[in-house]
Structure formats: C-alpha cells, structure tokens
Design a protein around this ligand. Structure first.
Ligand code: HT7
Ligand code: ZN
Length: 876
C-alpha cells in the first residue's frame, strides 16, 4: 500500500462534534449504535462525499438524520464506509456495528482479557469498533452508554464523569452512562466492563476540588495496587508544583489488565494499564518493578495535559506528546529518587535501545516524515530521543525560559491538536530565542558524532578545545546539517575542582553550557592556570556519541574527582569499554586479553567512596553489556568473542578487587524490613551487584553465597538478583534454583515472566532447545504479549550469544515464531522482529544467516502490514 507522508497532510473534510455510543455487550456479538453529529469543514468538504474508515468492521445499518439508508445510498467494505450525498450543514449519522470481542486476538479495538471487556484505540483501533474519522485532529465530546449482563460485568466504565446507571427492569441486565465534557480524538476513547476488584482513594487539587481515585484489578490483587495509588497521588501533586497543571474531571480511573500490547494507555479519565505496571508488593516485585510502576503511572497521568488537553494534529507529531511526556516522567522520577542515578539509568536505556535504532536500517527522525504502519513508530527514537530533545531545549533556555515556554504552550493550545512547530513557537515567543537550527533535531535522523580535542598552552595560559560534529547518513537522508547542540562542561583542575577561565571565544558559552552550532568550532579559554582535564557533555546534555582523545590516567582522575556524578560514571564506563573493545579483538585473534590497571583502580575508588550513594556505586560497578560492546565495535561483530572478553574482564576485576568485594557484600547484608524507597533499593542494588561480581570470579565461596542469597531472600529483588546471577553465569546450580522459583510462583503469571526471562537469558548452547520446550509449558501462552516478550523477546533481545548462534538456529527460531504470531497479533510480532535491526553489523557468517531468515519472512504471503513494514525496511 501507498505510504502516508507528512507533506500530504490536509485538514479533515468533515468534523464530528458529538458522539453517542451505545454498547450492548456480548462475548461474541456486541452490538454498538454510534450516533455522530457531523459538520462539513466548509473550506475542505468535497461536495457531499463522506468517507469513514473501518478495520474488519461489520456494518448492520446506517441512518442519516433518523432515516434508515437503503444499501444503494452508501458503499461499505470492512475498511471503508462511503456516503456520497450528505447534507452541507450539520447532520446526524447513526451507525450500527456488530463486534466479536472474543475473536479479537490483535488486542486493538474491543477485546476480551481474563473474561472482561476492554478497548485499546491508539493509534487506529477505534475504527475496529465503528466507522469513523479515526484521526487525531477530529475532536468530539463523547457520551457512552454501556449495557451488559449484571453477573458477567458488574463494573461498567468509560471516559469522563459517571452519569445515570441502574438495572434494566425485567432482565438480568444493567447499564451505566458516562459523559466526557472534554473534546477528544477517538484514540483516547475507552470502555472497560467486567468483574473486577477495586481500591479507592481521593485527591484534593490545588484549587480545592475533590477527585475520586479508583484502581481496578483482578479480584484478589487489590493489595498489590497500593503502591500504584501512592504513585498516582504523588504524580498529581508533582504536575501541579512542577508545571502548574491541575486534574480536570471528578474521577480518575486506572484499570490493570493482563493482555495488553504496550505498557499502558492514557485514555481520558480511564487509563488502561498492562498489569505489570500496576501490581507491586515485596514478594512479587523487584525494586526495578516499583520504579517502573511509579514511572508509568506518572507518564500516563501526565498525558492528561501533554497528549489529551493538547493532542497531536497527526501521527507524525507523535513525539509532541510522547517525547514531552517521557521527559516529564523522567523529571518526576528524578525528583522522587536520586537525580544522578535516574539520569544514568535513562542514558543507559537510550544507548541500549535508541542508539542501535538510529544507527541501523530502522533509523527515522524524532518526527518521521513517512510511514506505512503507524504502530511501528512507537519507537525509542520518538519516545526516548524525543525526551532528550525536550531536555536539550531546557538546557538551552534555562529552567525559567523553559517554564515560560511550557506555560505559553499550555495557554495557547489547550483544546488543540497541535504540531511540533506550535510547540517550538511557544518557546521562541516566550523567550525570544531563535530555535530554527534547533528544530533540526526533530527532522534529522542518526546519532551525531562529536569529536573533541583539547590543547593546553601553559605559557599563554590558554586552553583550546576543538569540537567537530557530524550526523551520519540514514535511510532516505544522505546529507545532514550541523545541529545546535548544548554541551555542558567543566575544566577540571589539578586539585579536582573546576578551573575558572576569564575569557572565551569561538562559541557562545553561558554558565556551564557551550553552544555547538557549526560543523567544527575551536573554543579558546583564556586565563587557565593549569592543564585541565576536560569534562564534556556533563549529565549527558545531548544524545550524541562523544569521541575524545583522553588518556587512561586522565579518565581515572576524572572518575575520582569530577563534580558531575554522571561524568564520574562515564569515565569508568569509557575505561571499561576501551578494555572490552580491545579484549574482544584479542579473543577473536586468539590472543589472551589483558586488563587496564586504571580500570580496577577506578572501580576500587568508587566502591570505597562512602560519600557516594550505594545506587550510584552499583551503577558504576556494572560493566557495559555485551550489546553495548557490539554497538561500540559497530562492524564484523563476533558476539562470542565479546562475551569471552567480558567474562575475562569481570574475572580480572573480581580478582583485582579481591577480598574487598566479599567484605563489602557482608557489610550490606541484613538490611532490615523491606521498604521500596530509593535508599533501601540502592543498598540492595549494590549488594546484588557485588554478589554478581563475586560469582564472576568463579570461587566456590561465591557460588555458595549466591545460593544462600537466593534461599534466604525475603523480597523479590534479592531472590531474583541471586537467581539472575546463577542463570547468567550459566552455573550448573541454576536449574534447581530456577525450578524452585517456578514452583514457588506457579500461580502468578507476572512473576513467571521473570522466570521465563531468565530461562531465555542463559548463555548456554542448550538454551534454544529449552525455549522450544517452554513454548509448550502450561505457564506460557502465545496469546499474552507479556509471556511472549518474556520468553521470546528476552531471547532475541538480550541473549547475545544464543540468539546470534553461529549456526543461525536462533534467527530461524525467531523467524518461525514471528510468522506464527503474525497471524494472531501483528503488533507484537513486528516488535519482536526489531531484534534483527543490527544484522548488518555482524560478521559475515552470521550476517548471511540473519539475511536468509529475514528473506524467508519477507517471502511469506499474507504478512500483516506491521511485519511487512519492519521486514522490508530491515532488509532495504
Ligand atoms: N500512548 C500509548 C500508546 C499505546 C499504544 C500504541 C499502539 C498500540 C497499542 C498501544 N497501547 C498504548 C502509550 C503511552 O505512550 O503512554
Ligand atoms: Zn506516552
């Protein structure tokens, strides 16, 4: 099919002012009557021809202004309803459709999950419910009436505030009406019905309004919703204090469901969540799960202003709501927890997920200009790089300028379907800044490379810093322009404090921000009294790759002294990465890799620095992953050589740190009763990281400590930490522990996902056969995306040596699985396929096998648009 292009955007020919939806729920034949008040958009209407889109939609009848239309008056297919001669004034269209929610395995539109009814409409799911102008620039006021058998669905929910409800006399049925006064696009519509448990609370807004809060979940899991409720109330307060944004309806509802294609959905007043981002208690959730629940609850809540009150004009503007809302949730979590630790975690995610996308065949701008299937554009580039672009805007404008721009954006565009141009204009108008060059961050794909070189002239007391930027070619974009990139920096003097400089030329420098705008700039700092060590890109102030000619001694010095915690972490990572890249080459060439003493010294320094928070020390002690090293090497990648080099390095670090590891591990034991706060979580993170390094040394004492850690754990973080160490080290002791873990949690699907993930992550030859067996295990279900991602997604996305087996069996397995899943759930299938995105960077043998597997998928007739789009672009 023809692609959709940004440049072809046209305002809709008609608009819809009000929508009345009347659902009569039935597991296999739900009946929906949709009554739409439609108005031609005078300038755009094409002489009375109305086209509404559908998707596998089954039409029963159409009426215009109350009169049933004869079949000759309209033309209907499952994907289109055309009425040729509609009035040129306001008219009412009534459409009856029949929906089979039980047959809906795509989990888009109206579907069933654990016996309940649920909808998912973003991006294009509403058209699977009724024919509609299913595009985000058509904003309507919705009233929803739901009718169902009382025993089957005692709970009936939709967007907005609750209205009338009651029994239907003489039947076993009841009904409820919901009204949402805020005009919204169809992708924000939601309806949920079923038999659910609930917890309730309330929130008083900054202007004193009472809001009722409810979280629904499967019966029996109510106790696991309390942390989510707490996170919701903290999010509501934070948006008031940090952005001046208040909640606007009388009620805010979250529903946790177990079958969901993504993390959660921000439907107005009725957020629907993948239950893994709601449910948490100490026995079943890790500290990472708690942090994720907090972050996702906040993210969806923040969409109420950035996404719902101001929505997107078209799907090319997706980053307008997603990048901005990710930035907002990251800031929220930074305020709730440790800012440096959160920043390191976010940068790690960006580098692990977005950098490979930006450097491979699926690269696209933060605001794409063309797509075939919009579901495939909910990407790390739109979300995470989109958030980085907003962060840079704040760095460039300063906190006050940023807040002024946000306030103007909210004032100007409340109730609008807006664009990136609108967003940037608000900041330019509020501050007077020229953002024309900065706007390239939205348009140019690819991770910029910045090469830095410093030179100190002691006689002249001058430090010269040359910065050269280049943006690599990406699909469809061969030539790029230099971008406006904010570089936070400091010049570290011999005593570890930043050195002052008295004048600067060659670039605009404001405070600690250097504005890089040209392809190459030499910045001259005067009055510099001693040779500095440059600390560039503090806090990772721009999503770039920085190459800097800096010695191991200077990196060790930086790791010990930099006043910016992010760059202390970065200095250690750079030392480790250099070791791993050289070591991988050594292994591939049959040489035995050596380990840089400066690295062990840097790690020792961080580990024993009691002024550093434990979570930060834990982050720093974790070496770059195998995938990180593969990305750094970038071509002819041999995953086995990388794994061997990493194993060797961790062994050497363990030996280098010696008994300190065991002593510090012992000192951290016995932390008292579990609480999920960041301080306690940091302590557990450090203890688990130390255990993992101890086991890397391979001693019996360490393995015994790991087994003991597993058996005596009184919370999931510690239990899973030890189990993960045993599994990732592929120790023979692992299987008994994995089996014990499975038996303990045999009735808890979300915990069994952790088990499936570990089973799939074992770096051993037998893992692929084990996965094939587990596909038939009662704890696995191909219909549930969480199960699929846990077993198959973890294998393809995280088990570098086994997915990339030299015989190609890992690729063949994924191809077969994707082909099978594609018939049932195309979105999830297409997302799994993304694991092939770096296939061209592999060494020749694996590259050829990966290409064969991809070609086999591409050759299959009847592929979904989702999978066809990914496979085509991956092979292009
Ligand atoms: N805005 C939500 C996107 C989403 C989604 C997209 C496609 C298919 C299914 C989906 N479920 C949710 C999620 C968010 O970013 O908040
Ligand atoms: Zn979002």
């Amino acid at each position: 099919t023809a692609p959709i292009r940004l440049r072809d955007y046209r305002a809709p020919a008609f608009t819809i002012d009000t929508v009345l939806l009347d659902f009569k729920l039935d597991p296999v034949a739900t009946h929906l009557t949709a009554t739409l008040s439609i108005r031609p958009n005078s300038a755009e209407a094409v002489l009375g021809r109305l086209e509404l889109v559908g998707d596998e939609t089954v039409l029963k009848s159409v009426s215009l202004d109350g009169a049933l239309l004869a079949p000759g008056r309209y033309h209907a297919t499952p994907s289109l309803l055309v009425i040729e001669d509609v009035p040129d004034t306001v008219f009412t269209l009534t459409i009856e459709t029949i929906i089979d929610p039980s047959a809906n395995t795509k989990l888009m539109g109206l579907y069933r999950t654990s016996g309940n009814y649920c909808t998912q409409c973003e991006a294009e799911g509403f058209r699977r419910i009724t024919y509609f102008l299913d595009r985000p620039d058509v904003l309507a006021v919705y009233t929803t009436r739901i009718e169902a058998r009382k025993s089957e669905a005692p709970i009936l929910l939709a967007n907005g505030n609750p209205g009338e409800s009651g029994d239907i006399p003489g039947t076993d049925r009841h009904f409820a009406v919901w009204h949402d006064p805020f005009p919204k696009p169809s992708y924000l519509f939601a309806m949920v019905a079923g038999d659910l448990g609930v917890i309730t609370d309330s929130f008083t807004t900054m202007s004193g309004r009472e809001v009722e809060l409810r979280i629904y979940c499967e019966h029996g899991k109510e106790g696991r919703c309390t942390y989510a409720m707490d996170a919701l109330k903290r999010s509501m307060r934070w948006d008031e204090t940090a952005f001046g944004r208040e909640y606007d309806l009388d009620i805010f509802i979250i529903v946790a469901v177990s079958d969901f294609n993504m993390g959660a959905m921000e439907n107005k007043g009725l957020n629907v969540f993948n239950d893994k981002y709601v449910l948490a208690d100490p026995d079943t959730a890790t500290d990472a799960d708690y942090a994720n629940v907090e972050g996702v609850i906040a993210h969806e809540y923040f969409h109420n202003w950035t996404g719902n009150r101001i929505t997107c004009r078209d799907w090319f503007q997706l980053c307008l709501k997603e990048g901005l809302t990710v930035f907002r949730d990251q800031e929220f979590s930074s305020d709730m927890r440790s800012r440096p630790v959160k920043r390191i975690a976010d940068v790690r995610t960006l580098q692990a997920r977005q950098f490979p996308e930006d450097g491979g065949p699926l690269a696209h701008p933060v605001r794409p200009e063309i797509y075939h299937e919009i579901s495939n554009f909910y990407t790390p580039t739109v979300y995470e790089k989109g958030a980085e672009v907003v962060r840079m805007l704040k760095t460039i404008l300063g906190p006050d300028g940023f807040r002024a721009g946000m306030d103007l954006y909210f004032d100007r565009h409340d109730g609008d379907a807006a664009t990136i141009e609108d967003f940037l204009a608000a900041f330019a108008d509020a501050t007077g800044a020229d953002l024309e060059q900065f706007a390239l961050w939205y348009a140019q794909a690819g991770t910029p490379q910045i090469v830095a070189k410093g030179q100190y002239d002691a006689n002249a007391r001058v430090y010269k810093l040359t910065l050269a930027q280049s943006v690599p070619s990406t699909p469809g974009q061969l030539v790029k322009k230099p971008m406006h990139t904010p570089i936070r920096f400091g010049l570290i003097g011999p005593n570890g404090a930043d050195i002052a400089f008295d004048e600067v030329s060659g670039a605009r420098v404001e405070g600690d921000v250097l504005h890089l705008t040209e392809a190459s700039q030499t910045v001259v700092f005067g009055g510099v009294g001693a040779r500095p060590v440059p600390s560039l890109l503090r806090g990772f102030s721009a999503p770039v790759r920085l190459a800097i000619d800096i010695s191991a001694e200077d990196l060790l010095f930086q790791a010990r002294t930099d006043s910016d915690p992010f760059n202390r972490w970065q200095a250690v990572q750079t030392l480790a990465m250099r070791n791993l890249v050289t070591g991988s080459g050594d292994v591939a060439a049959g040489r035995s890799p050596t380990v840089e003493p400066a690295l062990v010294a840097a790690l020792e320094g961080i580990l024993s620095d009691e002024t550093l928070e434990p979570a930060f020390r834990a982050q720093t002690l974790q070496m770059p992953s195998e995938a990180d090293v593969a990305r750094e090497i970038g071509h002819d990648v041999d995953p086995d050589a990388i794994a061997a080099a990493r194993k060797r390095l961790r062994l050497a670090v363990c030996e280098g740190l010696g008994n300190t590891l065991f002593v510090r591990y012992g000192l951290l034991s016995g932390g008292g009763q579990f609480t999920p706060d960041a301080r306690s979580a940091g302590r557990r993170a450090l203890r688990n990281t130390l255990l993992d390094l101890m086991v890397a040394g391979g001693s019996r004492a360490a393995i015994t400590a790991a087994l003991d850690h597993f058996e005596t754990a009184d919370n999931m973080t510690d239990r899973l930490g030890a189990l993960s160490t045993l599994a990732h080290a592929a120790l023979p002791e692992r299987q008994r522990a994995l089996d014990a873990f499975h038996d303990r949690y045999r009735d808890d699907p979300l915990v069994l996902d952790k088990w499936l993930t570990l089973e799939a992550s074992v770096p051993a030859d037998e893992t692929l056969d084990r996965i094939k067996l587990l596909l038939h295990h009662p704890s696995f279900a191909i219909g549930n995306p969480n199960r699929v991602r846990a077993l198959v997604g973890s294998f393809a996305g995280a088990n570098q040596t086994q997915f990339n087996r030299p015989d190609g069996a890992g690729y063949d397995f994924l191809a077969d699985f994707v082909l099978d899943l594609d018939r049932r759930n195309p979105q999830t299938a297409a997302r799994l396929l993304v694991s092939f995105r770096s296939w061209r960077a592999l060494e020749a043998g694996r590259r050829a096998r990966a290409e064969n597997a991809l070609k086999r998928i591409a050759a299959r007739d009847g592929l979904s648009p989702d999978t066809l789009d990914i496979v085509t672009r991956t092979l292009a």
